[in-house]
Design a protein around this ligand. Structure first.
Ligand code: ADP
Ligand code: MG
Length: 248
């Protein structure tokens, strides 16, 4: 069995001629919970979107489980950054989760009882089953993020990509989300999470990608979470690194 989940070769992305992501090469084995960290504007979201073919790349080759994104699209669940989502869009919680079942529905089939039951099960897993009839716009940030995780679960994907899932989220929701992400990895899924905040990165992830336009460091949390390595990316922005658990 091939255990390679993600391989990225020579990835370059720019906006209007300015490079946002430069020369990223890495590969991730199946079953890892990978944090993508780096300061604001480091290109974390750009990296994620370019990997998933959601924005054009200048060059680079990305394989997911040895295949192109197009070939494995159904196996990929993506939860965008909160401010990339239109929360005024009139849709109930249940319908938002049901969208997750679409990739697995046959062409022209609408979700039926079976899909609805599955969507409710996913809502239960994130502790949101009582909110199924609410409009997504009425929920708190943490509740919205849990619903989007339920939608990703409903998709029964192999790979999960989340962009800043903890921003604007209460502590209890954050804990629920982290617990589920860890469970997914134990089940052999691969999870990548953009996380701009260094605090807790060592509790949450087992591997880290440290990005600042270029790949500064990639490896186990212990390898990446070293003062000199972090400083190279954050360039002295953090005077409190010791308090955050970065090893010197
Ligand atoms: P991060 O997610 O690490 O905060 P981004 O990937 O959002 O960083 O952005 C990386 C860089 O690219 C930033 O300088 C940002 O201003 C720029 N950028 C991001 N999206 C766009 C866009 N749609 N058009 C032009 N520039 C962009
Ligand atoms: Mg971002």
């Amino acid at each position: 069995m091939n255990n390679l989940a993600i391989s990225v070769k020579d990835l370059h992305v720019s906006y209007y001629g300015t490079e946002a992501v430069k020369d990223v090469n890495l590969s991730v084995q199946t079953g890892n919970l990978v944090g993508i960290i780096g300061p604001n504007g480091a290109g974390k979201s750009t990296f994620l979107k370019a990997m998933l073919n959601l924005i054009p790349k200048d060059k680079g080759d990305v394989r997911i489980m040895g295949q192109t994104i197009k070939e494995v699209r159904k196996q990929i669940a993506y939860v965008p950054q909160r401010n990339d989502i239109d929360w005024d869009f009139p849709i109930t919680v249940l319908d938002a989760v049901l969208i997750g079942t679409y990739p697995n529905l046959k062409l022209f089939h609408r979700p039926k009882k079976k899909e609805k039951e599955w969507a409710l099960e996913c809502l239960e897993r994130v502790g949101m089953e009582e909110y199924s009839r609410r409009q997504i716009g009425e929920l708190s940030g943490g509740q919205q993020q849990r619903v989007f995780l339920a939608r990703a679960l409903a998709q029964k994907a192999e790979m999960f990509f989340l962009d800043e899932p903890f921003v604007g989220v209460d502590a209890a929701s954050e804990e629920t989300i982290v617990k589920i992400l860890k469970e997914l990895c134990w089940q052999g899924k691969t999870v990548m999470v953009v996380h701009h905040d260094l605090s807790k990165a060592n509790d949450y992830f087992n591997q880290l990608i440290l990005l600042n336009k270029e790949l500064i460091s990639f490896g186990s949390v212990n390898e990446v979470f070293q003062t000199d390595v972090i400083e190279r990316a954050y360039k002295g922005q953090f005077a409190f690194m010791n308090e955050m658990g970065v090893q010197s």
